[in-house]
Ligand binder design. Structure first.
Ligand SMILES: Nc1nc2c(c(=O)[nH]1)N[C@H]1C(S)=C(S)[C@@H](COP(=O)(O)O)O[C@H]1N2
Ligand SMILES: [Mo]
Length: 356
């Protein structure tokens, strides 16, 4: 399969620019950078890389100011990982919820290269009482939803200290073998494999280590949900990607020949486990059939799957679905959990097609 069919991206929001990968064009394991989705909260910042510094400050013994050439001279690490926006597939929600109406393409799989975050944090020497590591981008604005600050804020997100020291979290300056593009965070972005995209802060300018849990706007107001703890509702940040599979082809509303063989295919991914199987239904979820699974050496990459569907001779309208199960026995739910508000859309999604 080639990248030749990578089509133009879908414009979901034009200002700030939010672009979707047309998921029905899925053909290569790595999503070509020019087809990769772009999710921005504010206008893309302009960065002069000569003047740019990465500042590491807060609860550290040795605050650092790193130049771009200094980062490039450090030991490199490469990881292939899915990046999925927590709002991917929002258009499938009923009743409708606010936010960009993403279809299936606010997700992609790319190879990221850069410096391990742990390398830099070790150099800066975290204080004993460090709790969270906050990543601030260079883009700022006033966010959309209430309660919102009245003055512009930088896009920022944190991860707990223990997570920040894990072996695969990257300060990336390359994507798919080329320098990071401006849209994807040049000169430097965070990549948190296995977590939804909001954690992977673009256009990094500061890393602030805090001695308290960071409760910023994109941590506790947006990209957060209500969870009951000890019978009390508390606001929690969205973190790990949920198990999910999606159909690339046939695309919704396709007309398929009766009495033929139709290849149903797509991708499946998960935050921390491994995909064990993908099943396909061609009758709206009544019966499920095992799909053939591809493979990947990278635990955070997606895998492809396919299923040969023998269509009946009788013309009919039907709904295609796919459902992944991981090695821990968890499966995608068949229905939507409303507590998830407008994010983590990981239930089985219906694709309507016609057989004629
Ligand atoms: N600085 C900054 N980083 C950001 C964002 C942003 O708006 N500003 N959006 C986040 C969200 S919600 C997602 S899903 C990913 C998208 O990364 P991409 O645009 O490279 O696909 O970036 C994350 N990092
Ligand atoms: Mo996102």
């Amino acid at each position: 399969m080639t990248n030749a069919q990578a089509a133009t991206k879908i414009v979901r929001v034009s200002d700030p620019v939010n672009l979707e990968f047309p998921f029905e064009t899925l053909s290569s394991d790595l999503t070509p950078t020019d087809a990769f989705y772009v999710r921005n909260h504010f206008s893309q910042p302009e960065i002069n890389v000569q003047a740019w510094r990465l500042s590491i400050e807060g609860a550290v013994e040795k605050p650092l100011q790193l130049t771009f050439p200094e980062l490039l001279s450090m030991p490199t690490h490469t990881v292939t990982s899915v990046l999925e926006c927590a709002g991917n597939s929002r258009v499938f929600l009923s009743p409708k919820v606010a936010g960009a109406q993403w279809g299936l393409g606010a997700v992609g799989n790319a190879e990221w290269k850069g410096v391990l975050l742990s390398t830099i944090l070790e150099r800066a020497c975290l204080a004993e009482d460090a709790v969270d590591v906050v990543f601030e981008g260079a883009d700022k604005g006033v966010p959309d939803e209430q309660p919102k600050p009245c003055n512009p804020i930088y896009y920022a997100r944190s991860i707990p200290k223990s997570k920040a020291l894990e072996a695969n979290i990257l300060l990336a300056y390359e994507m798919n073998g080329a320098p990071l593009s401006e849209a994807h965070g040049f000169p430097l972005r965070l990549i948190v494999p296995g977590w939804y995209g909001m954690a992977s802060v673009k256009w990094l300018q500061r890393i602030v280590v805090t001695e308290y849990p960071y409760d910023g706007y994109f941590q506790k107001i947006d990209y957060a949900f209500w969870e009951e703890r000890d019978g009390l509702p508390v606001r929690q940040p969205i973190t790990e990607i949920e198990l999910k599979s999606q159909i690339a082809q046939p695309a919704a509303h396709s007309v398929i020949d009766a009495n033929s063989t139709c290849l149903i295919y797509g991708a499946a991914w998960t935050g921390s486990s491994k995909i064990a199987k993908v099943e396909v239904s061609v009758d709206g979820g009544k019966e499920w059939h095992l799909a053939n699974l591809g493979e990947s050496d990278n635990p955070h990459a997606w895998i492809f799957w396919h299923y040969q569907w023998k269509t009946s001779a009788t013309p009919h309208d039907t709904i295609l679905m796919c459902r992944a199960t991981d090695t821990e026995g968890r499966s995608q739910p068949l229905t939507r959990d409303l507590n998830k508000e407008s994010y983590r859309i990981s239930h089985t999604l219906p694709i309507s097609v016609q057989v004629r």
